[in-house]
Design a protein around this ligand. Structure first.
Ligand SMILES: [Mg+2]
Length: 226
């Protein structure tokens, strides 16, 4: 089977957002009665949908998060994205040269991607092929979002390569029957991240986005001969 579609996760793969996002979540959760550090947010919730994270927190708290939390978080997150967010190094160059079609599959909301991809010049390069877990029943690590994205693009799962930086995302892509590359070039990725991605089932891992076209070529050649 040829590789016809590259499905990019957004946070930590297209934009270097995870450090900014974890800090904003930790600040706002702490302010609204759930003390947590940025590192703990990263460890527990990275790559998962906000909906599922909030449910878990509310179960622990034994009450709903206050209404103001959601608005305050969004304001702080979008402010920080506009001020500090950068595209992952090399991604614009890669999008100039890859021959496969591309799309985005993110646990984040469409509104969040409009801000994060928009402020880094990436939105127009993918629109309208930008898909959110809000469009499916179960977020990552379920396969739903990847299967939905491939279906919308009209490409069978076995002809897709997924690029993911989170364990939940790797698990979701595997469950969808897709080839998955673990990316650990985001500034939130510490020692051991590549190994964790491999253990979660990544077919290979890489940290320099410039390598992507060659890695896809190699996998496509293997698929043809193997
Ligand atoms: Mg991610």
């Amino acid at each position: 089977m040829p590789i016809d579609l590259i499905i990019f996760d957004c946070d930590g793969v297209l934009v270097d957002s995870e450090v900014i996002s974890c800090r904003a979540h930790a600040d706002m959760l702490t302010r609204h009665g759930y003390p947590i550090t940025s590192a703990q947010v990263s460890e527990r919730f990275l790559g998962r949908s906000t909906r599922q994270a909030n449910l878990e927190i509310e179960t622990e708290l034994g009450r709903k998060l206050p209404e103001a939390y959601h608005g305050d978080l969004q304001d702080e997150l979008f402010r920080a994205f506009e001020a500090d967010l950068e595209a992952i190094r090399g991604i614009h160059d890669v999008l100039d040269v890859v021959t496969q079609r591309v799309c985005v599959a993110s646990s984040g909301s469409h509104q969040r991607m409009q801000v994060s991809l928009g402020s880094t010049g990436l939105y127009a390069r993918f629109a309208p092929n930008i898909f959110s877990s809000s469009q499916v029943k179960n977020g990552k690590p379920a396969p739903d979002l990847f299967l939905f994205a491939a279906g919308e693009m009209g490409v069978p799962p076995e002809c897709c390569v997924v690029i993911e930086d989170s364990l939940a995302g790797i698990a979701g892509a595997r469950a969808a029957g897709m080839i998955v590359f673990g990316f650990y070039g985001g500034s939130h990725c510490g020692d051991g991240h590549a190994e964790a991605l491999r253990q979660a089932g990544a077919d290979l891992t890489f940290s320099d986005m410039h390598q992507l076209p060659e890695l896809v070529r190699r996998v496509a050649a293997d698929a043809l001969t193997g």
